[in-house]
Ligand binder design. Sequence first.
Ligand code: ATP
Length: 205
Amino acid sequence: MTEPAARPLRIGVFGGAFDPPHLGHRALAQTAIAQLALDRLLVIPTGHAWHKARPLTAAAHRLAMVTIAFSGLPQVQVDARETLRTGASYTVDTLRELHAEHPQAAFFLVIGQDQADALPSWHASEVLPSLAIICVAGRAATTTAKPHNEGLGATIPGALSLQMPAMAVSATDIRQRVAAGKSIAPLVFEPVARYIDQHLLYRPH
Ligand code: ATP
């Protein structure tokens, strides 16, 4: 009798500034792992974020916080590759590298609705659907972010919708709360709040 062929590895790719990582990110990671039956979820902090207007917090801090924020999720691997690149950091380059490293794997690009709306402006966005299945989660409004279109951008070929309860949390909101001396306890994993406090991140200068 022949052995059944091993199924291809299912690898999720979850990029972001993670400045800081919050409970919305963790919920999205858990949702993606469960709904997409992922073997692995690569959490990839951005290096130079070409699409964000402000300078990001040092990569070493964001990597440390991401490691804390996704702890206890065995499928998650924090991947520093984009922070090690010089110049702009493009998802298309990351996906091409990952394909070369894992030629048999199936890739799933995990994004929130705000990023799905912005996808047409990404570098080489038209090739992304050939490199990964794009998986989109809805986002709730926060005090600093508008609600985004409900449902999937019909323009993304083959996109999947991730179902998770909308979480009204954004990193912008958290940075503003810290700067204003307000509590961020319900918005981030407690050890991340402690890290922010210990390293005096997001304080007004
Ligand atoms: P900022 O407020 O600084 O723009 P952010 O909260 O959007 O940050 P990012 O690190 O830019 O966080 O997000 C990384 C990814 O996680 C993006 O694809 C984003 O859409 C998604 N995401 C962030 N917060 C949520 C949330 N509350 N619900 C669903 N997806 C989210």
